[in-house]
Design a protein. Sequence first.
Length: 249
Amino acid sequence: MSTIAIIVPCRLESTRFPRKLLHLIKGKPLLLWVAQRIAAEAPEFPLYFAVDHELLRDAVAPSGFKVIMTSPAHPSGTDRLAEANRAVGADHIINVQADEPLVTAGQIRELARLIGAAAPMATLATPFRRVVDFYNPNQVKVVIRRDGRALYFSRSRMPFSRDLGLTIDDAWVAANPCYKHLGLYAYQAALLEKLSSLPPGRYEQIEKLEQLRVLENGYDIMVGLTEDPTIGVDTPEDAKRFEEALADR
């Protein structure tokens, strides 16, 4: 019987939001919010945190979460996952990003379902609703084949309307296949180990999107769609949005 584990890769430094995983929200670091959310939403899966610094370990270990120390030299979260899974030994790995504090049980279980299909990797996307988000380079876009596999990921808006150019509006975005990529993945262990041995791809380095390494090397990525609300914390403004969401709840 194959095993599935959730591994959360964690890097201390962040260019756009320095040390964001330690950013306090209502007195608690963002990383601990994420840890407690995953544990509550999907308790059936073993959960590990692959960290590159003792400060991150100390943010979650005192609350009982399992931590694996990994090299600070990894160029991507994928490489960090591969190192961590050499200790965990799971057949399939679900990668929840450390800055996704509203991840849901439905999203995690959809990834577990998708990774049992033919493709060696899976991820999730959600429809864009606002043109301002569609234009935001921090919100990654994905275009999807008819069979559910990814064609490409980009920080640029995709698809581009040749006829409307810059005049598209919220209604156009909502009515067309404009999908926001979510930072949630699942891997077969063999692919994860293989990717860690491949150099960063050309488009990966340009876009700074590590999932492009998979496509550039000829592997398929299944994309599941979700309507569950999410807030990926990439900037201080995103952290404020999450705190506001907590107040609303």
